[in-house]
Design a protein around this ligand. Structure first.
Ligand SMILES: NC(=O)c1ccc[n+]([C@@H]2O[C@H](COP(=O)([O-])OP(=O)(O)OC[C@H]3O[C@@H](n4cnc5c(N)ncnc54)[C@H](O)[C@@H]3O)[C@@H](O)[C@H]2O)c1
Length: 274
């Protein structure tokens, strides 16, 4: 029986900071809103849908595909809170109709993914940066994906856009480093959110998806949120223009490696050795 050892803990203080989170009503975005508000931050949740009533955040309805919505959301935040310290670019879609080879995906599907997943990040950054420059400080975090870094079937639109989210962060980091603005990206592996639950079948089912991660399970939104809060804190003050993979080892697992056995294969082998 392994001994249960202390696992260590880190605490953060976001008192007085103003944090904007796009797509904050669900999944990873909701966990990020929660993590910042629990540590004292003033959180503004931008989404096309309402967040859970339990969330301690100001909600602003905002479609990141619409210029005027993004402008208005940033202006609203400045009017009400006087500053923007952190922007989390997180709102993205991966419709079930996008799980196809690219020659079978209709233009309305890929255009909406470009408008939201790519241009939405740009719109929000473009509106927030002038205020961060005035302040002489700010942090932007783009939520990218493990699919930014490696291939899979039927993600020929989503994956390349996620790769662009990584490169947006690197480019903007270099552009604005001398303005006191840090920009990074984070690349989650599979995380238990409505987006992933909706695509489980396309990804081979829950067990197969979990088994692709060396840790042997998919992640939970709080595990991404804690990495996000750290990257946006002063504890990460020398980190800019980089990407952090929060993926249970998925990215390190080479294509040459033998696949892990699933729990049911292990049981089968134990029951029928040799
Ligand atoms: N869940 C995963 O396994 C996973 C893995 C890697 C990366 N990601 C990335 O993490 C981010 C969050 O994903 P999630 O799994 O939490 O998804 P989710 O579907 O649970 O949440 C996405 C949120 O974005 C909002 N949204 C969608 N379109 C919008 C728009 N036009 N304007 C404003 N808000 C909009 C939705 O209403 C929703 O609240 C995305 O960028 C996604 O690509 C997720």
């Amino acid at each position: 029986m392994p001994l249960s050892r202390p696992a260590g803990n880190v605490t953060f203080d976001n008192q007085g900071r103003v944090i904007l989170v796009t797509g904050g009503a669900s999944g990873i975005g909701a966990a990020i809103c929660q993590a910042f508000s629990e540590t004292g931050g003033s959180v503004v949740c931008l989404d096309v849908n309402l967040p859970p009533t339990s969330m301690d955040a100001e909600f602003v309805r905002c479609n990141v595909a619409v210029d005027e919505d993004c402008e208005a959301a940033v202006e609203h935040t400045i009017e009400h809170f006087g500053a923007i310290d952190v922007l989390i670019n997180n709102a993205a879609i991966q419709p079930s109709t996008s799980y196809q080879p690219i020659d079978q995906i209709g233009p309305e599907v890929w255009q909406s993914m470009i408008d939201i997943n790519l241009c939405g990040y740009l719109r929000m950054a473009k509106n927030v940066i002038p205020y961060m420059k005035q302040q002489g400080s700010g942090v932007i975090l783009n939520v990218a994906s493990g699919q930014a870094h490696r291939t899979a079937r039927e993600v020929g639109i989503y994956g390349p856009i996620k790769a662009a989210n990584v490169m947006q962060a690197r480019q903007w980091a270099v552009e604005y480093a001398r303005d006191g603005i840090r920009v990074n990206s984070i690349s989650p592996g599979a995380i238990d959110t409505p987006m992933v639950r909706a695509s489980l079948e396309a990804q081979g089912g829950a067990d197969a998806l979990a088994n692709r991660h060396p840790i042997g399970r998919i992640g939970n939104p709080e595990e991404v949120a804690s990495a996000a809060v750290w990257l946006c804190s002063n504890s990460a003050s020398f980190i800019t223009g980089t990407d952090l993979e929060v993926d249970g080892g998925l990215g390190a697992f080479g294509a040459f490696a033998d696949p892990y056995q699933t729990p049911s294969q292990q049981t089968e082998n134990r029951n029928h050795p040799g």
